[in-house]
Design a protein around this ligand. Structure first.
Ligand SMILES: C[S@@+](CC[C@H](N)C(=O)[O-])C[C@H]1O[C@@H](n2cnc3c(N)ncnc32)[C@H](O)[C@@H]1O
Length: 257
């Protein structure tokens, strides 16, 4: 059985099929043509373990337990606030992102922090987002491609790779800021989209070796997002900055090497 394949939604036309074939090519995935009005539920677990369905509203991941598509979630609001002049976004503040910066997001997920970075660094900046899970990477990559980010944000270069492996290929000081937001060891209540993400996500913790590679590849610093209820950051030798008492998130930062 194919682990992951691309197809079209039931309401397809020639343009949508071209679009879906392009998605399959971009990510090196097989394309399964669909007959008009053919249901795809019977394909799940027989033809493919999971399917990426390209429709008029973007790419949706289908798996036996449910479906999910890209949405910018809180990033939409965070970007609105930033555009209104607010400078209190915790990620932008911890990373001290400035126009023209280059950012390596080692844990892209749904790309919410990457979307924030793309606005904070602006059109002259650079954001590369790495995602290890092929299914999440395509949903996020295609979602970000279609997201109306505006002229004030740079594009996000999405790559389906393991962050540690990617870091090893990079020269020292290749990015101003390297960012890690690994999955929390003990999940607390999260936005619904993150519950779906959790099933497909890579749950391995950030290792001291990957953090050190991050410090080599960073020009200014490495920023790590963690959970208030765990000591993951402290175990990596990071001192969390006091965050807002209204969130479960804490931030750590370590200087480049
Ligand atoms: C908590 S989520 C990140 C959420 C993200 N900051 C956002 O704003 O949407 C962590 C993501 O990193 C991915 N991930 C974990 N380890 C990784 C690795 N070594 N390389 C690339 N991606 C990784 C997981 O699959 C998951 O999608």
């Amino acid at each position: 059985m194919i682990p992951l394949a691309v197809t079209t939604s039931a309401k397809k036309d020639a343009e949508l099929e071209r679009d879906a074939r392009a998605v399959a090519r971009r990510w090196g995935l097989p394309f399964l043509p669909r007959k008009p009005k053919e249901g795809i539920a019977p394909w799940l677990g027989t033809k493919a373990a999971a399917l990426l369905v390209v429709g008029g509203d973007g790419v949706t991941l289908w798996e036996p337990e449910g479906t999910f598509g890209f949405h910018a979630g809180m990033a939409h609001l965070r970007r609105m606030r930033f555009r209104e002049g607010a400078r209190d976004d915790a990620f932008v503040r911890s990373a001290e992102l400035r126009p023209g910066d280059s950012v390596l997001d080692c844990t892209l997920g749904l790309g919410q922090d990457a979307l924030m970075a793309s606005l904070a660094v602006g059109p002259t900046g650079r954001v590369v987002g790495l995602e290890k899970s092929p299914a999440l990477c395509v949903v996020a990559g295609e979602g970000l491609r279609r997201y109306p980010r505006g002229d004030d944000s740079c594009a996000i270069d999405v790559q389906n790779v393991d962050a540690h492996a990617y870091l090893k290929t990079q020269p020292s000081g290749a990015f101003d800021v390297v960012f890690f937001d690994p999955m929390f060891a003990k999940p607390k209540k999260a936005q619904p989209a993150f519950e779906v993400l959790r099933r497909f996500a890579d749950h391995s913790p950030l290792t001291p070796e990957a953090l050190e590679e991050g410090r080599r590849v960073a020009r200014r610093w490495v920023v790590v997002k963690g959970a208030k209820h765990s000591d993951d950051l402290q175990k990596l030798g990071l001192t969390p900055e006091p965050g807002s008492r209204y969130t479960d998130v804490i931030w750590g930062r370590v200087a480049a090497r």
